[in-house]
Design a protein around this ligand. Structure first.
Ligand SMILES: *[C@@H]1O[C@H](CO)[C@@H](O)[C@H](O)[C@H]1NC(C)=O
Ligand SMILES: *[C@@H]1O[C@H](CO)[C@@H](O)[C@H](O)[C@H]1NC(C)=O
Ligand SMILES: *[C@@H]1O[C@H](CO)[C@@H](O)[C@H](O)[C@H]1NC(C)=O
Ligand SMILES: *[C@@H]1O[C@H](CO)[C@@H](O)[C@H](O)[C@H]1NC(C)=O
Ligand SMILES: *[C@@H]1O[C@H](CO)[C@@H](O)[C@H](O)[C@H]1NC(C)=O
Ligand SMILES: *[C@@H]1O[C@H](CO)[C@@H](O)[C@H](O)[C@H]1NC(C)=O
Ligand SMILES: *[C@@H]1O[C@H](CO)[C@@H](O)[C@H](O)[C@H]1NC(C)=O
Ligand SMILES: *[C@@H]1O[C@H](CO)[C@@H](O)[C@H](O)[C@H]1NC(C)=O
Length: 441
């Protein structure tokens, strides 16, 4: 059966009393020094596979190969954000800025699944913090752009830095005051960018919480290979594409919901004499790319209209390999993640490893990574051959001036931390750590 998100009125009332949130977009003007890449074919799924092959080939550095020059990108963009704060008492003078990783958007931090039981924001607000979760530049409801030469890591870091400064100066009209301290909390590529910001502007952050992160780039290739990336607009045509998908929309018409698709496939199978239960058909469809044809589609929500050059993993099986630990996450939540996933650009992949090699940030740094993380630990954060406590622990070398560094390894958890059963205990650990490092709300 299709997963259902259930709420109880009682719990909703309780939560409503705890946190108040608003959505808005923040205009940013940025100037970013970044790569000028040679464009390559990215129209078809096979083109994207060809990109993945070149990108993961051990004999070549594809970033170097495609890099023609550097250029300065100047532009005005909008960043979509969700601001939350405790409903009673003051908003406090400390805010956590939350930056999502590849495959997610700002909703990663405040998942409504199971009565917000997986929400990082709930834990942070309960501890007294305000939070601002953003859609990274290029993704979700933030401005989209050229997937080669606009949407790269460097431009995204500049947008994050601009927003940070606006928070300090009280320049975001929807927020009635300024903040004295800004803590940067990232996940994965969002941690790469939070770290990067601390390297460029060490005085513009007061604390770093880098979840799903290490400085070890050795496992990017197996991750990219496992994602089996396809063109976003072909993978979820109704959600990621645009009006030119009208034909497809019409032909899928009757099947544009999970249950209808199951019934359709069931009757198709019946017509050739195969009788399968809807449970079997659902399990079959839900874990293959077929379901992505209609996944996340909602007639009343405007399609995201990503151009070619934005790509996404093929289906939930690829998502599990790179992000999730079987047995320690709710498959129903995995399906929600699949139906709300977001893409990644060519330019982002080409620049994901281009952060400065060290940061002169002098405040506290917490690295918080799941023990089974694939992208940053190769599936086992403890596999150092005895050279260190963990792979993330070796990231201390990137922070020569920090007054406090800790690498915490969250048990029974893979890369997509917030999607695992024990996520909440992890959030509480993080809030406690902030409190004991001079950053209590
Ligand atoms: C903010 O946007 C999200 C995503 O569309 C939505 O679920 C949520 O209800 C909105 N919240 C508010 C307070 O408008
Ligand atoms: C690949 O090339 C880019 C651009 O020249 C460079 O910044 C990067 O460090 C190289 N990566 C490796 C692993 O050598
Ligand atoms: C929330 O999580 C807790 C502990 O992980 C669990 O006991 C509880 O049943 C969950 N609640 C919901 C609504 O899923
Ligand atoms: C579709 O989106 C609308 C508006 O955001 C929402 O009210 C509705 O519940 C959504 N429908 C489904 C099936 O998710
Ligand atoms: C993005 O914007 C659309 C249209 O304004 C809205 O329906 C949707 O809920 C927004 N999604 C998020 C994640 O903010
Ligand atoms: C839809 O997207 C494609 C690919 O980016 C583009 O060529 C086409 O012009 C778009 N059509 C509309 C109606 O926006
Ligand atoms: C990543 O960690 C593994 C295991 O400790 C190590 O063998 C490898 O050299 C590291 N790679 C980098 C780039 O640090
Ligand atoms: C849940 O997470 C907390 C905080 O990291 C940890 O202390 C605890 O051992 C974890 N529990 C399980 C069952 O993994």
């Amino acid at each position: 059966m299709a997963p259902h998100v259930s709420f109880t009125l009682l719990a909703l009332a309780g939560l409503a009393a705890a946190k108040t949130c608003t959505n808005f977009t923040i205009p940013v003007s940025i100037s970013a020094r970044q790569g000028l890449f040679k464009t390559i074919p990215v129209e078809s799924n096979l083109d994207i596979t060809t990109f993945s092959q070149a990108f993961t080939n051990i004999g070549q550095n594809y970033t170097k190969e495609l890099l023609q020059d550097y250029q300065t990108l100047n532009g005005d963009y909008k960043i979509s954000a969700k601001f939350c704060h405790p409903s009673s008492g003051s908003d406090g003078s400390i805010i956590q800025v939350l930056t999502h990783g590849i495959g997610f958007d700002k909703t990663y931090w405040d998942l409504s699944f199971n009565d917000y039981n997986y929400s990082y924001v709930e834990a942070a607000v309960k501890a007294g913090y305000s939070t601002l979760a953003i859609d990274r530049l290029g993704i979700g409801n933030s401005s989209h752009g050229d997937p080669f030469n606009t949407i790269q890591a460097s431009a995204e870091v500049q947008a994050l830095n601009t927003i940070t400064t606006k928070l300090r100066k009280g320049e975001i009209s929807e927020i009635s005051h300024s903040f004295d301290k800004v803590i940067h909390v990232g996940h994965s590529f969002g941690s790469v960018q939070s770290y990067w910001l601390s390297a460029l502007y060490p005085d513009n952050t007061d604390g770093l919480v880098l979840t799903g992160w290490s400085t070890n780039g050795s496992y990017v290739p197996i991750t990219v290979a496992s994602l089996n990336m396809h063109s976003a607009r072909l993978n979820q045509p109704l959600r990621f594409g645009n009006a030119s998908n009208e034909g497809l929309l019409k032909s899928l018409g009757a099947y544009a919901s999970g249950d209808a698709l199951v019934r359709g496939v069931q009757s198709l199978l019946k017509s050739v004499g195969v009788d399968l239960s809807s449970q079997t058909v659902w399990e079959d469809i839900a874990t293959t790319e077929v379901v992505d044809l209609i996944n996340g589609y909602n007639k009343t929500v405007e399609a995201l209209d990503y151009p070619s050059g934005y790509m996404t993993w093929s289906d939930l099986t690829a998502n599990q390999y790179a992000f999730l630990l079987q047995g320690f996450y709710d498959v129903a939540l995995g399906l929600v993640a699949e139906s709300t996933k977001q893409p990644v650009t060519v330019g982002e992949w080409l620049t994901i490893g281009s952060a400065p090699s060290s940061s002169s940030f002098s405040g506290p740094v917490l690295v918080f990574t799941g023990d089974h993380d694939v992208p940053f630990c190769g599936g086992d954060c403890y596999a150092t051959g005895g050279t260190a406590d963990s792979i993330p622990a070796l990231s201390a070398a990137a922070f020569p001036k920090t007054n406090s560094f800790e690498a915490y390894i969250q048990p029974n958890t893979a890369h997509g931390l917030n999607v695992h059963y024990n996520a909440t205990a992890g959030y509480q650990y993080i809030q406690g750590w902030l409190g004991s490092h001079g950053l209590a709300a």
